[in-house]
Design a protein around this ligand. Structure first.
Ligand code: C2E
Ligand code: MG
Ligand code: MG
Length: 710
């Protein structure tokens, strides 16, 4: 076996590396094989032809000569008898005939002497020559007696000497003839056998040539087809998405070149496929997994316990940063937050505070998600503290120092053991996030209470219609003060609801839902009447004070709203500039074109317009420039702790500058401390509103404040 294997490998080593050479060699060998077969078939035929020629020219002629010898010998006897009996006058012709015959006999004997090539025949010929000599003597003696006229003696001599000699000659020549005939017959037999053999040889060599050609063709075909088949199967493997299995060398140059090209192609396709997957599942800005990766992970890890907790982290003030410091600064801020958050999660997982392999993803804008496993909420609170600590330091980008504020919404599966689907956790965390934002806290957990509250709001809204009619609503006023003179410039009207069974309901709880259902227009109308009634009452003593009423998106969608405002102003005899309307940025963005048109009409009436909660919405500066507003109210989230946050100060300063650039009065909302007030004043803010100045007031407290103004 090893020897066989050795010889096979030797064969393979000797085999040409190129298909072209292999085919040339195969077909070349085939041609040589055919030539050999042809030679094997034709060479014996040539030999046989030569033998036949020799037979025809040599042997047959010799036979004819021997036959002629017998005939001449017979003929000379008759000629002698005719000579004896012929009259003297005719003897000359008879002599000539006998002489001629004798000459012929001698000629044949002489030609045969060098041409017999057979000792037995040569012996017979020698005896014939001897009897020819006896005949010659006897013939001369007989002729002498004829010439002497003794015909009797001549006849005796003929019978006693000449005829016996002739007879012996005839016997010997017949012996020669017989033997030549036998020889010819033998040769004919030999020739027949030889032709048979030639036929067989030709058939055999043709058969061998056919078998050898078939083997050669099979080997050549196999040597081409096998590597091609390997290529084909390799291509199929690649098509099935297996880019790791390489196309192996087949020892055939052309096929190996295609194989190498296939390998290169598989590598390139695999690279591109990985890139496509990366683009599909990775956030381009931060390099974190994106929403798709979070909701439909490409490869769910089997060895990691499923995550039961989710935190939604929303970068604060991103919009304002984008607007005032540019989008690249906003991007840097997101990247920085992503980096720090990812780092906190990794360290927490490493420390065992949370489960292994937490997923940190970017959902959109400045919203990040942490999806992880936590033993209890206490651990998550520790994680939150770490996140908080990691974002204390301001980010330096584009020459600015920007603070990293954020709000968190947490959701978990409740009992700590079961696993909730990630999209449910995400929705719950969003609810928690909104709760945190509404209650102006930095983070909140999603709870059953929130869920119940969400559902109960739906009932609440249906009670609202009744609330308007049954005077359950109250208008509270929060004073606004000039930061230049310190004097009151007006107040903002804030709705309060005293529900008969639920007690006090915060506007943050019912306003968003009232907006969704459209009942908010009832509230707006009620608040407008109350505000105008109050302005009417203030008129004699404080005609310079204004009241701002919050207007919702729904009001802006109502084509008759401006007309209603106008009629109310007229019926209450209040000059339009004492009424302000506050519109939130997001409210404007719902239907920008229609909103702008309506604002133009309101401005035409003479009512002052304010952009509320500025910095939290998504309006662009270019768009704000088109609005006929006269006041910009910077959202409370920018004011909180502004004295301690250098980055936020810069941001607020930029906002104030921008507002002034557009000829707007800039008001800061939610000032709670002296320090915040001082910073805002230093930054050039015009008006302040907040608990530091005054809480929203109602009833007697409001009356007392008003009296104190005198
Ligand atoms: P807003 O228009 O930005 O009103 C200011 C909110 O900030 C008020 O909350 C006010 O009580 C609160 N605030 C003022 N100063 C401070 C402060 O120094 N610290 C803190 N923490 N908060 C301060 P409120 O009354 O709960 O109203 C919340 C929101 O509900 C309002 O935000 C407004 O968007 C909406 N809203 C209130 N009343 C009405 C209304 O009559 N109609 C409509 N459509 N929305 C209203
Ligand atoms: Mg407001
Ligand atoms: Mg506001």
């Amino acid at each position: 076996m090893p020897r066989l294997a050795n010889s096979t490998s030797l064969l393979q080593r000797l085999r040409p590396k190129r298909i072209g050479r292999r085919l040339a060699l195969g077909f070349g060998a085939l041609v040589v094989l055919m030539l050999v077969a042809l030679w094997y078939a034709t060479a014996p035929i040539a030999v046989a032809l030569k033998a036949t020629e020799q037979f025809a020219t040599g042997d047959m002629q010799r036979l004819l000569r021997v036959q002629a010898l017998s005939l001449q010998t017979e003929g000379v006897g008759s000629a002698l008898v005719r000579l004896l009996n012929a009259p003297r006058a005719n003897r000359v012709a008879e002599y000539a005939d006998v002489d001629e015959r004798n000459r012929r006999i001698d000629g044949i004997i002489e030609s045969l002497a060098n041409d017999l090539h057979d000792p037995q025949q040569e012996e017979t010929l020698r005896r014939l020559q001897e009897s020819r000599a006896i005949y010659a003597d006897a013939f001369l003696a007989t002729v002498d007696q004829v010439e002497a006229g003794d015909l009797k003696a001549a006849s005796n001599a003929l019978n006693a000497q000449v005829n016996p000699a002739l007879k012996t000659m005839l016997t010997e020549s017949n012996t020669l003839l017989q033997r030549e005939r036998e020889r010819i017959e033998r040769q004919l037999d030999d020739a027949q056998i030889r032709f048979h053999r030639i036929g067989n040889l030709a058939a055999l060599s043709s058969l061998i040539a056919i078998i050898a050609a078939a083997i050669l063709a099979w080997r050549t075909t196999k040597s081409v087809v096998t590597p091609l088949a390997r290529l084909e199967s390799a291509a199929r493997t690649i098509a099935q998405g297996d880019y790791q299995t390489k196309v192996l060398a087949t020892g055939t140059q052309e096929v190996d070149r295609v194989g190498a090209a296939l390998n290169t192609m598989a590598e390139a396709v695999s690279l591109r496929e990985r890139e496509i997957v990366r683009l599909a599942y990775e956030d381009a800005l931060t390099g974190l997994p994106n929403r798709t990766a979070l909701l439909n992970p490409p490869r769910p890890a089997n060895d990691v316990p499923a995550a039961n907790t989710l935190v939604l982290i929303d970068l604060a003030r991103l919009k304002a940063v984008n607007e005032t410091l540019g989008y690249s600064t906003g991007d840097s801020l997101i990247k920085e937050l992503a980096g720090r958050v990812a780092n906190v999660f990794q360290t927490a997982a490493h420390d065992g505070l949370i489960g292994a392999a937490p997923v940190v993803a970017r959902l959109s804008g400045g919203t990040l998600v942490g999806h992880f496993n936590a033993v209890n909420r206490a651990a998550v609170e520790v994680l939150y503290d770490r996140l908080d600590a990691a974002t204390v330091q301001a980010v330096q980008c584009g020459g600015h120092s920007v603070d990293l504020g954020f709000t968190c919404g947490f959701a978990d599966s409740g009992d700590g053991t079961s696993v909730t689907a990630v999209n449910t956790l995400l929705r719950n965390a969003e609810v928690a996030m909104h709760t945190a934002k509404r209650s102006a806290t930095a983070h909140a957990w999603h709870s059953e209470v929130q869920e119940a509250a969400r559902l109960s709001h739906l009932n609440l809204v249906s009670d609202l219609r009744q609330a308007v009619a049954a005077s359950q609503l109250q208008m509270w006023l929060q004073p606004k003060f000039s930061l230049v003179t310190g004097k009151a410039v007006g107040a903002e009207a804030l709705v309060r609801w005293q529900h008969p069974t639920r007690g006090f309901v915060s506007p943050a709880e019912f306003v968003p839902f009232a907006e969704q259902t459209g009942y908010i227009t009832l509230v707006t109308d009620w608040m407008l009447r109350e505000a105008l009634r109050t302005l009417q009452a203030w008129e004699p003593k404080q005609p310079q004070l204004s009241i701002a009423v919050n207007v919702s998106t729904r009001d802006l969608q109502d084509a008759g709203f401006a007309q209603r405002v106008h009629e109310l102003l007229v019926s209450h005899k209040v000059s339009p500039e004492r009424l302000r309307l506050e519109i939130t940025e997001s409210g404007l963005m719902d239907d920008p074109q229609r909103s702008v048109a309506l604002l133009q009409v309101l401005r035409g009436i003479g009512v002052g317009l304010s952009i509320d909660d500025f910095g939290t919405g998504y309006s662009s500066l270019a768009y704000l420039q088109k609005l006929p507003v006269s006041e910009l109210k910077i959202d409370r989230s920018f004011v909180e702790n502004v004295d301690a946050l250098a980055g936020t100060q810069k941001l607020v300063h930029a906002m104030i500058e921008m507002g002034h650039g557009m000829d707007l009065v800039v008001t800061a909302e939610g000032i709670e401390t002296q320090a915040e007030r001082d910073v805002l004043a230093r930054l050039g803010c015009d008006v302040m509103q907040g608990y530091f100045g005054s809480r929203p007031l109602h009833g007697e407290a409001l009356q007392a404040w008003f009296e104190a103004l005198q």
